[in-house]
Design a protein around this ligand. Sequence first.
Ligand code: BGC
Length: 739
Amino acid sequence: MFRSIVTSLLAGSAIVSSAAWAQDRQQSVSASDMAAAQERAESIVAQMEPEEKVRLTMGIMPLPIVPGGEIPEAAIPAAGFVPGVERLGIPDLTETDGPLGVAYVMGLRGDYATAMPAGIAMGATFNRDLAYAQGTAIGAEARAKGFNVLLAGGANLARDPRNGRTFEYISEDPLLTGQLIGWNIAGVQSNEIVSTIKHFALNGQETGRKFVDVLIDDAAARESDLLAFQIGIEIGQPGSVMCAYNRVNSEQGCASEYLLNQVLKEDWGYRGWVMSDWGAVPGLYAAWNGLDQQSGSQLDPDTFFDEDLLLAAQADPAHMARLDDMNARVLTGLIAAGVLDNPVTPGGEIDWEAHARVAQQAAEQSIVLLRNENDALPLARDAGSILVVGGYADSGVLSGGGSSQVHGEGGPAILRPLSNTGAFSVFISEQYQRGAPLNSIRARKPEGTVRFRPGRYASDAAALAAQTDVVIVFATQWMTEGLDVSDLGLPDGQDQMIAEIAAANPNTIVVLETGGPVDMPWLDDVAAVVEAWYPGQGGAEAIAGVLFGEVNPSGRLPITFPRDASQLPRENIPGMLEYDPDFGGNPPSPDSKLYTDYNVEGSDLGYRWNARQNQEALFPFGYGLSYTSFASSGLTTDGSTATFTLTNNGERAGATVGQVYLVSRNDENLQRLVGFERVELEPGESQTVTVDIDPRLLAEWNETGWTIFDGDYGFALGEDAERLGPVVKVAVQGRSWED
Ligand code: BGC
C-alpha cells in the first residue's frame, strides 16, 4: 500500500502540474475500512485478560529527561510509547511528533529528518496534492525510523495571530484547513502507520494553555473549529484524535463530554481513539467522558489509566464495557491504518533526495509575494551590487520551536538558546535550518558584489545600504509552542532597522521569516515584501528562486494580516500579563479564572470577522502577487458546485488559486470561502475548473443539525477575500440534516 507520490515529484520541473499529482492522491483509509477494522478490533478485545486491557490505555514519554518511571528497552526516544500485547499480535505503539517532519526531541536519538515548511506555509500553498506529498514523505520517514504513530495533523484554526503555535497550524478557514490537513493525514497513513489530528479542540493560545477556559456556543464551534476537524477526519480518517490542553465551556478538553462523547463519537461517528495531549489528563473521570488513552503519563498528576482504571472497571460492569470500548478504539485505529498487518520495523531506507524535493517544492509554493512596487522583483542577475542584511541569512532559515521542531541533517545551523530553566529549556531556542539564503543568492549572482551584514547594528547596515544597488533584509519573528507573542511587531528592533535601511535605499526588499502575520510600519517605504514563513530545509533555495524569478511566486495568505491589533477581536491574548510561559510545567488547574471569550467573533474568524466589522486588512486572506497576471471569470453555480475559468494573461508560466466565496444570503452579507483550486497555467492558457460546495458552508448549525435556509445565495470569485468579482445569485432550497 506504499502509494508514493514522491517519484512523480522527482520527475517534475520547478513547477509541477498538480493534475499529475492528483492521480496519486487517494484516501488511504476510508470510513468503511474503519468500520471493518472495528469488528476485528472487538474480536481481539474479547480475547484480552483484564490486566491486558490497561496496557493500550496508558503511555509514557520515553525520554531520560522526563522524571518518573522506567523506560522500557523497546521504546525509541521520542514523544510517546505504549506497550503492546505480544500474545495477541498487538505491537508496541511508538509515537513521534509531529506535523513538520519527524521531530528531533532534543537530538536524543542522534538522527535527523527532512524538515518541511511550517503548517501555515502548507496552508499558503492551497495545494491538496502537495499536502498529501508532504504527509507521504514524513510518514515514510517515521516508519523507517520505527514509529507507527505520527503525532501530526495540527488542525486548530488561527483565531489569534499571536498564538505561539500559529506556525504549526494551517489557516483561519475551516475549509482550507480541513481539506489540507485531511489530505496530509491521508499521505501519512499511506505508509500504514497512524496519524493523529490535533489538538481537539479550540486550542487557540499558549498562555495558560492547560487551564484557559474557552467560551464558545455550540453553533459557533461547529461552524468553525469543529468543522475544520470534521472535514479533516472525513478525508484523512486518522486513527487517533489528540484532545487539547485547554478547557472548553469549563470542561477540560481531554475530559470534555461535549467534545469527545457528544460531538466526535456520537455526532460524527468517529471509531478511532482519543489520546490525550501530554500532561492534559485531569483524572480518571476523563475516561468516562470519552478519553481512550493517557499519553506521556509522567507529565500528569497521576497514572490514572492503569491500575485505577482496572479497579474501577472490575467494580462496575459499565466501566468494564467502557474499558473494552477504549481498547477496541485503539485497535480500530491501528488495524485500519495497517499497523497490525504490516508492523513497523526500525532501520528502513529513506529516499532523502525525493523528500528534499518535496520539502523544496513545498517551500517554493508557500512563498507569498506581498508587495512588488515597480517590478522590483524578480532581480536581474546583473542587478548591480546587493547587500543582504539580518535574519542569520548567512547561515540558515528560521524554524518554529516546541514539540514540532525538526532536526535536519547536521543539526541546526544556528541554535540560539533563550532560556536555561527546566528540562524543556532546550525547546526555548531559536533554531535555523541549514541552507543559507546568502549562499543561494550568491550562487545566482556570480558577478558583482553580494555583501552581508548581520543587522545587529542598524547604523552600519544603513550606511552600507546607501552605497548598494539593492538591499535584501531578512526579518524574523520566532514563535514557539508554550509562548504566545506579545504583539505583532518584529522583535529586537528589526522594524527600526528596516526603516533606517529603507530611508537610506528605497530599493529595499524585505524577506519575512515569520510564523504568521506581522506589522509592517515601514511597508510604504520598501520596494518589495516576500513572506517566506518558516520554510524548512528547502527554504534558502526557494527564497532565492523567487527573488531571481526562477520560481514564480504562487503562495496565497491562509491568514489575514491585520492593519494593527485593534482590528482583532481581542486587544491582547487573555492572561498574557498574569501568567508565565508554560514550557511543560503548569498542571491543569480547575480553579483558574482565565477565560477567553470566542463568542466575540463566534464562527467569523479572520477575513469573516473583517467582513462583519467592515474593515480592510493590511493584506487579506487569499492574497498573493505573481510575476504574471491572472483573470478569473465566468462563474456559474447551482449552489452545490461552482464552475469558473482561470486565465494566465501575462508572459510567464505561473500558478493561481481560484477562490469562490459565498457573499450573501437574501439581504444579509456573509463571507465564507466555499471552494478553491490551485491551477498551473502557461502564458495565455485558460483552464475551467469545477469545485464542489460543501453544504455545511451554506448552512447554520441549529441545535441538533445543519439548516440551509430558503433563499437567494450570492457567490463571487475572489482574487482574495477582499477583491471580489461580480455576484452570481442562485435560489437555494432550504433543508435540514443531522451530522
Ligand atoms: C504538544 C503536542 C505534542 C505532545 C508530544 C505536547 O506538548 O501539545 O502537540 O504532540 O506534546 O510531544
